[in-house]
Design a protein around this ligand. Structure first.
Ligand SMILES: Nc1nc2c(ncn2[C@@H]2O[C@H](COP(=O)(O)OP(=O)(O)OP(=O)(O)O)[C@@H](O)[C@H]2O)c(=O)[nH]1
Ligand SMILES: [Mg+2]
Length: 316
């Protein structure tokens, strides 16, 4: 049980649950030591996960079929809002997060210093070093893209260990049913002016199921979402930057080809050494210019649409 003055309802620990019968028991028992309630969303598991969780004192909500991680988070948010939770902490049920870190993740919320806390692997004291290299690269790529979109400087956007204040629960809305919901929430924090902070946590990679094959495909889905989101929110950056890169490369190849023309002026070597690079330079430059132009048009359209919406509906 948490100490302190209560302005609203319970402190809840919640977890998406999908076929985790080997670990869920320990996670529920240990979590109950730190919060008022444990809430599990069983997403169509075909093992004994849900029965074990319920037996050990968790409240279990059932989805009849597997709807995905984000869909489970939606059910969790709905329940936390209905309970007017003072704070909500979400953690994985596969044993990768240590429930004894719950107080650390909740602290900034309960002391009123943040609305959204991420248990991060990549700040001092976190467990980023233990992460398999390919996963680390994926998470860093997703995090960098997401930070460009949100202007936040979060170090670990992909941690499932997160806590929310009552204010954040009331303001955050997300649509995605998959793991992309992790990024959508951060965009909401930025849009709704919620304060985000990170605390170090250890995330284990030696749990019974360990890192699974699906992690790769989840990674690509989340990265695609991050790129689409960036191209929608900051099209000039998303198209203009690669465009400028291609234009620079094209120009460099073009300049070299031109220099060759000068070097071999009057000899028969000219054509062989300059036509190929010249053509490459031309199409790279044209592609670069098209991308920059696309970025400009999209950015302009976005600005005009935004102004129209603000003028006609008073919304940002
Ligand atoms: N409700 C629900 N939970 C899910 C689903 N997929 C995964 N989970 C749960 O979400 C948490 C994180 O899922 P994982 O598959 O472990 O994802 P991850 O930790 O990013 O990847 P790994 O390193 O491979 O474990 C776990 O507690 C899973 O039980 C799903 O489709 N529905
Ligand atoms: Mg996991």
């Amino acid at each position: 049980m948490m100490e302190g003055v209560r302005s609203s309802g319970p402190v809840i620990a919640a977890m998406p649950l999908y076929n985790e019968e080997e670990t869920i028991g320990t996670v529920v028992i240990q979590s109950l030591k730190h919060v008022d309630q444990v809430y599990c969303v069983d997403d169509g598991s075909y093992d004994s996960s849900a029965r074990i969780a319920a037996k050990l004192g968790a409240k279990v909500h059932y989805h009849r079929s597997n709807k995905g991680y984000g869909a489970a988070l939606k059910s969790i948010f709905k329940y936390a809002l209905e309970s007017n939770a003072e704070a909500l902490v979400i953690l994985d049920s596969d044993g990768q997060h240590n429930p004894n870190d719950i107080p650390v993740v909740l602290e900034p919320i309960l002391s009123g210093n943040a609305d959204f806390v991420i248990g991060s692997r990549f700040i001092e004291g976190g467990s980023g070093e233990e992460m398999p290299a390919y996963r680390k690269l994926g998470v860093k790529l997703i995090t960098a893209t997401s930070n460009l979109t949100t202007d936040l400087s979060v170090r670990d956007t992909q941690s499932g260990f997160r806590a929310f204040s009552n204010r954040a629960l009331k303001k955050i809305r997300f649509d995605q049913d998959g793991m992309e919901s992790t990024l959508e929430m951060l965009e909401q924090c930025k849009d709704m002016d919620l304060s985000v902070t990170e605390v170090p946590t250890v995330i284990r990679y030696d749990v019974p199921k360990g890192s699974r094959f699906t992690a790769m495909s989840h990674g690509f889905t989340v990265l695609s979402y991050a790129l689409i989101s960036l191209s929608q929110k900051k099209p000039f950056l998303a198209f203009g930057l690669p465009g400028a890169g291609l234009l620079t490369l094209g120009s460099a190849i073009g300049m070299r080809a031109l220099n060759r023309v000068n070097d071999f002026a009057g000899t028969s070597l000219n054509l062989d050494l300059t036509v190929g690079p010249g053509l490459t330079a031309a199409w790279l430059s044209m592609l670069g210019i098209s991308l920059i132009f696309t970025g400009l048009v999209l950015q302009g359209t976005r600005t005009i649409m935004k102004r129209l919406i603000v003028r006609n509906f008073g919304l940002e």
